[in-house]
Design a protein around this ligand. Structure first.
Ligand code: TYM
Length: 338
């Protein structure tokens, strides 16, 4: 009798990031850092979401360059093409194909409730295109094509993940069991980092105020300056408390890069002023990001290696989703493809 396999199937992880500029500290702490940690235990698949990026106007040559940079940055943040599948979304046509099928199982009203669509339409009122509206269906296709179990994301993507779950459940009910219903995976600290200039707003790449956002390739002086200028409040106590949005945000960032708890941070800065605290946060962030900057500089100079990683990763991704797409096409009644 053949020996029974004792190997337990690893959970599968999928996540992606848009190549719309250098990643922010929010992207890093909210998502990418867990992508790295998860690689140690799970089967991980990570993409640069260039299809999503064209929902807002992009200069084509800049998008091409930013996609390459984002890919290099993803590797510099620890994603290892030997351990995980790392690729570029547009290089696997199944994402767009599945997105069409899933859009026929997604209700207009569901998409109309997406807060990110509302925010982005307000920001890009001259270009409210259909892709901006159906963007969450493409995101659902990204996740469901791989039958991912877990999706490491920041809090701003929670509503999109909920929709992906609902689409999966609806499709499974209608056509029989097809998709894994994915769960979100959120960091304990920093699922939503706030702007350094307006701590009631999310830290975002597109913020017009250059001091609002830390980019992970900023040099040490820039990082220190941005933290020194961070908006706080008029009392002087480093404590995590309701109403102290600026300090809460800085404590969250400090905790995320040092591993310290809020109590430990409060004790460390008891009796000290905000100036000392802000400098300490800046120092800790700059030191934490230094290896990423060094590794990025090395990788971006090696285009041949990056291209080869993208080619290999995209083929690996294609091979996985081909199975899902065959199944989906059969279920919905399309004629078999060879
Ligand atoms: P994107 O490119 O806007 O952001 C990438 C990741 O960073 C997280 N994030 C934050 N986390 C904490 N605080 C912040 N201020 C902050 N800003 C951004 C985001 O939550 C995200 O996890 N639609 C996605 C990309 C995508 C995707 C997917 C994600 C496409 N397909 C499939 C997961 C699964 C997006 O635009 O993320």
């Amino acid at each position: 009798m053949p020996e029974q396999s004792t190997e337990i199937k690893k959970k599968r992880i999928f996540s992606a990031i848009q190549p719309t500029g250098v990643f922010t500290l929010g992207n890093y702490i909210g998502a990418i850092r867990s992508w790295d940690t998860l690689q140690k235990e799970f089967e991980c698949i990570y993409a640069i979401a260039d299809l999503h990026a064209i929902t807002v106007m992009q200069e084509p040559s800049a998008l091409r360059q930013n996609t390459m940079r984002a890919f290099a940055l993803m590797l510099a943040c620890g994603m290892d093409p030997e351990k995980s599948i790392t690729f570029v979304q547009s290089r696997n046509p199944h994402h767009a194909e599945l997105s069409w099928v899933l859009s026929c199982s997604t209700m207009f009203g569901e998409l109309n409730r997406m807060t990110q669509f509302k925010d982005k339409s307000a920001k890009h009122s001259d270009n409210i295109n259909a892709g901006l509206f159906t963007y969450p269906v493409l995101m659902a296709a990204d996740i469901l094509a791989y039958n991912a179990d877990l999706v490491p994301i920041g809090a701003d993507q929670k509503q999109h993940l909920e929709l992906a779950r609902n689409i999966a459940i609806r499709f499974n009910q209608r056509y029989g069991d097809t998709f894994t219903v994915p769960d979100g995976y959120f960091p304990k600290q920093g699922a939503r980092l706030m702007s350094l200039q307006d701590p009631t707003k999310k830290m975002s790449k597109s913020d017009e105020n250059a001091n609002a956002c830390v980019y992970i390739l900023d040099d040490k002086d820039t990082i220190l300056r941005k933290f020194r200028r961070a908006v706080t409040d008029s009392d002087a106590e480093v404590v995590f408390r309701e109403g102290k949005d600026g300090i809460n945000n800085l404590m969250t960032i400090y905790g995320a890069v040092t591993g310290k708890t809020m109590e430990e941070i409060e004790a460390e800065f008891a009796g000290k002023g905000y100036g000392d605290f802000k400098t300490a946060v800046g120092e800790a962030v700059a030191d934490h990001l230094e290896p990423v900057r060094t590794e990025y500089a090395r990788l971006i100079a090696d285009k041949a290696y990056l291209t080869q990683c993208i080619d290999t990763g995209s083929e690996q991704a294609y091979r996985i989703t081909r199975k899902t797409l065959s199944k989906v096409f059969r279920k919905v009644g399309f004629i078999d493809r060879k």
